[in-house]
Design a protein around this ligand. Structure first.
Ligand SMILES: [Zn+2]
Ligand SMILES: [Zn+2]
Length: 344
C-alpha cells in the first residue's frame, strides 16, 4: 500500500510503498478516507517533538471504512464508517481501569509511537474505532479527533455549565473549537483573547467577544466587560506564562482555569488574591478520552460544531503535497485545515 513516511527527522516526508498490515484477533484494518494534517506533525518532522521509531507513517486524525476485522471484534463490521481515537491504550493498567487512559503506562499515539493515517490503510485495535454517523463527512470526523476533542476535554475538566461566562486565550484550532463548544454548552459571554489582527476579526464572526491583547491588559478588559466579576471558566491554549497568569487572574469567585497550552516557563500568581480568596481552581488538561468522542459527534450532528466548507482543503496521499501543507501549517491565521484524502 502507499504511505507517506518520516524517514529522517528534519527532512521532508517521503512517498513509500509498504506492506499491507496484517491484523490480530482484537484489531481492525481501516481504509483511510481522510487524515488531518496537524501542527504536531510539523513538529515531528522538524524534530521539535522527539520521534523514536523511523521510518514512521505520521497522521493521528483519522476516519475511514472498516476493511477487515479480527475474529474478536464484534462492534464494527467491514464497510462500516468509523472514526479512530488516536491514543492506543492497554485497557488493563491502573489508569485505564479507572478511565484515565491518557496516562496509560503503555499508551501509544498513532502517527507518533506507531504508524498512523498518512497511508491507504491503518491497523488499529478494535476498541479504538467507533461508528461515524452517516451525516458527518469523513473529513470532519478526521479533524475532530485532535483539537476539537481536546477542547471538549478542557471544557469538561473545567466543569463548564450552561450560563457560565468563559474566557478563551488563543484562537487557533483549539480556540476555534473551544468557542463553538462553549456556545453549545450554553455558556453566556465567551471572550476570546488574541493578538493577531486576522484572528481577532474572525472571533466575532464565530460568535465570540474579541479581546484585543494589544489594546491593554486583557484581565482588565475582561473585568470591565463582566462588571468587575471576572469569568467562571478560562481556557489557556497559547502555552505561555503570561497568558496562563492572565487566565488565572481573570477568574471570578469559584472560577476554574483550564491550562492546555504547553510551556516550560514558570508562572507567577498571588495565592491569596488569585486563588484562596475566590476559591478558584487551576486544572491541568492533557489530551482527551475515547468516551468523550461520542459527545463531540453529537455536537457535530446538531450543527453546534461546524467546519465551514471553505475552511477545509484536501490534498492527495502524496509526499510533495503533504510537505507543502506542513510547511504552511505553522503560519496559518485563517483556521483552514488540510486533510489528506487518498484517491482510490
Ligand atoms: Zn493533531
Ligand atoms: Zn493502560
Amino acid at each position: 500500500m502507499r504511505a507517506v513516511q518520516l524517514v529522517q527527522v528534519g527532512k521532508p516526508l517521503e512517498d513509500a510503498e509498504v506492506a499491507l498490515p496484517t491484523i490480530g484477533s482484537s484489531e481492525v484494518l481501516v481504509r483511510v478516507a481522510a487524515c488531518g494534517i496537524c501542527h504536531s506533525d510539523a513538529h515531528y518532522r522538524g524534530g521539535i517533538s522527539a520521534i523514536d521509531l523511523l521510518p514512521l507513517t505520521l497522521g493521528h486524525e483519522v476516519a475511514g471504512r472498516i476493511e477487515t476485522v479480527g475474529e474478536g471484534v464484534t462492534h464494527v463490521s467491514p464497510n462500516d464508517r468509523v472514526y479512530v481515537h488516536y491514543l492506543v491504550s492497554c485497557g488493563c493498567c491502573d489508569f485505564c481501569l479507572r478511565g484515565h487512559e491518557q496516562f496509560c503506562v503503555k499508551g501509544q499515539m498513532i502517527g507518533k509511537h506507531r504508524d498512523g493515517g498518512y497511508a491507504e490503510f491503518i491497523r488499529i485495535p478494535g476498541r479504538s474505532v467507533f461508528v461515524l454517523p452517516d451525516e458527518i463527512p469523513f473529513k470532519h470526523g478526521a479533524i475532530m479527533m485532535c483539537s476539537s476533542a481536546t477542547a471538549l476535554h478542557a471544557l469538561n475538566k473545567a466543569r463548564v455549565q450552561s450560563g457560565d461566562s468563559v474566557a478563551i486565550f488563543g484562537f487557533g484550532g483549539l480556540g476555534f473549537s473551544a468557542l463553538q463548544l462553549a456556545r453549545a454548552f450554553g455558556c453566556r459571554e465567551t471572550y476570546v483573547v488574541e493578538l493577531n489582527p486576522a484572528k481577532l476579526a474572525s472571533i466575532t464572526e464565530a460568535g465570540g467577544i474579541a479581546i484585543d491583547a494589544t489594546a491593554g491588559d486583557p484581565v482588565q478588559q475582561i473585568r470591565e466587560a463582566t462588571g468587575g466579576k471576572g469569568v467562571d471558566v478560562s481556557i489557556e491554549l497559547v502555552g505561555s506564562a503570561i497568558t496562563m497568569e492572565q487566565a488565572v487572574r481573570c477568574l471570578g469567585v469559584f472560577g476554574r482555569a483550564a491550562l492546555v497550552g504547553l510551556t516550560a516557563e514558570s508562572m507567577s500568581i498571588l495565592p491569596y488574591t488569585d486563588i484562596i480568596n475566590k476559591e478558584a481552581e487551576i486544572v491541568g488538561v492533557s489530551d482527551h478520552l475515547a468516551p468523550e468522542l461520542s459527545a463531540l459527534m453529537q455536537f457535530a450532528r446538531s450543527g453546534a460544531l461546524r467546519f465551514p466548507q471553505d475552511a477545509l482543503r484536501s490534498v492527495d496521499l502524496e509526499a510533495a503535497q503533504i510537505n507543502a501543507a506542513l510547511d504552511a501549517v505553522g503560519n496559518s491565521t485563517d483556521h483552514i485545515r488540510t486533510v489528506i484524502v487518498p484517491r482510490l
